[in-house]
Design a protein around this ligand. Structure first.
Ligand code: SF4
Length: 399
């Protein structure tokens, strides 16, 4: 075991330093990144050296761009972006952040242009989401259009996946796929998704991706506070280890909708710390990669970059700081994405804690029963927001 760990660390170093630009990165930032990366096992999947699915493969053009454009070049644009490829979804999750949104759907050409614009602005990681992105009939064409200098991740329930589509997506340049699965008990998962058969659909999709492709396969799970408090997260992780997925991408229910504007269902800082430590322990033990959002976005690491280095454009073109923040700063079908992002970014300086978790009472005030805060109200709301200190990465980046 010791030997194996050492080999992966050497592989990590080799791949990092083969990128000569890394030598231009501020030493304190390089040291921080090295310490962060040491917590994970590097996987070689089809030639891609993967730490986890929230960062581009370490030997990819996308990672080289991340170093050049963000760590060295200090570009103002986002590093990470998510795009809704459709608003349609057969499932009906209790916690869905996207429910009941309305508008004119972006067509395929608009989505393709948006991807190119986001890349030119600095995006090195793109998440395709929805709705259910597999329901977009042009998904393969859209994936292919992104090119080989951006990491692509698909978030899916697995509905309508076929063997051929899985293969075509890999051929088109997809690197990561994340299938939604919230519980190891079929009944509980189906209930939380409001869709009988959701559990079997997810298991089938995991099997198809694993059998027919060399894609990095993760499971994305929204943990309830109850599950955390009842000590059931480890039971769930064991279930995922038995499924042989590469990564458990964990988050908790966020107060993006009215049903979760309640401290009794939200996690505490103690819960976050518990999951943070759990991630480190599992990654040390090396049975599965655990990638908890509150670890990556915790104060110890990269913090909350909603609207700063992260942006979400929903299927109707509305721009939000991240998928969990139901507010709009304009529509990319009406104004250039670069202009909208730059205006939004002036209001989001990044901070150590989760924006939606901290500010959901303001959403209560400004949402007025709608599914998303209007553009006018979003600007009004931001006048009431107070940001806290920067997370460790941003302290070093901006210090
Ligand atoms: S608001 Fe919360 S979920 Fe959104 S980017 Fe920030 S930390 Fe992540």
């Amino acid at each position: 075991m010791r030997k194996k760990k050492k080999a992966t660390f050497l592989q990590l170093l080799r791949s990092l330093f083969s990128n000569y630009c890394i030598l231009k990165v501020k030493p304190s930032l390089s040291l921080f990144l090295l310490r962060y990366m040491r917590k994970f096992k590097v996987r070689n999947l089809g030639g891609n050296l993967i730490l986890h699915s929230h960062l581009p493969p370490l030997n990819s053009n996308a990672y080289t761009r991340f170093v050049k454009e963000h760590l060295v070049g200090r570009t103002d644009g986002p590093s990470h972006a998510q795009i809704g490829l459709t608003n349609a979804c057969p499932q009906n999750c209790q916690y869905c952040y996207n429910k009941n949104r309305r508008g004119t759907l972006m067509d395929t050409e608009t989505i393709i242009r948006l991807i190119q614009d986001l890349k030119q602005m600095g995006a090195v990681w793109l998440g395709f989401t929805g709705g259910e992105p597999l329901l977009n009939k042009d998904l393969v064409r859209i994936t292919e259009s992104a090119g080989n200098d951006v990491a692509l991740k698909l978030f899916t329930t697995g509905c309508t996946l076929t063997r051929e589509l899985a293969k075509d997506l890999q051929k088109a340049g997809l690197q990561y796929v994340s299938i939604s699965l919230d519980h190891w008990e079929e009944k509980t998962h189906d209930e939380s998704r409001g869709f009988p058969g959701a559990f079997q659909t997810a298991l089938r999709a995991i099997g198809l991706f694993k059998e027919t492709t060399e894609l990095h396969v993760s499971v994305s799970s929204v943990l309830s506070r109850e599950m955390i408090h009842n000590g059931q997260v480890e039971e769930f992780l064991q279930f995922l280890i038995d499924l042989d997925v590469h990564e458990a991408w964990l988050s908790e229910t966020k107060p993006s909708i009215g049903a979760y504007w309640n401290t009794h269902v939200l996690i505490t800082e103690g819960d976050r710390k518990y999951l943070y430590d759990l991630q480190d322990r599992y990654n040390r033990e090396n049975k599965i990669t655990v990638n908890y959002l509150g670890h990556f976005e915790g104060k110890e690491n990269f913090g909350c970059n909603a609207g700063h280095k992260m942006v979400y454009v929903d299927a109707f073109g509305e721009m939000s700081p991240c998928v969990f923040t139901p507010m709009t700063f304009g529509n990319v079908q009406e104004a250039p994405v670069r202009v909208l992002f730059s205006r939004m970014k002036q209001l989001f300086p990044s901070e150590e804690s989760c924006f939606i978790h901290k500010n959901y009472p303001l959403f209560q005030k400004y949402m007025h029963g709608a599914s998303i805060v209007t553009q006018e109200d979003s600007y009004a709301m931001m006048r009431e927001v107070r940001f806290g200190p920067l997370a460790r990465f941003s302290q070093l980046y901006y210090g």
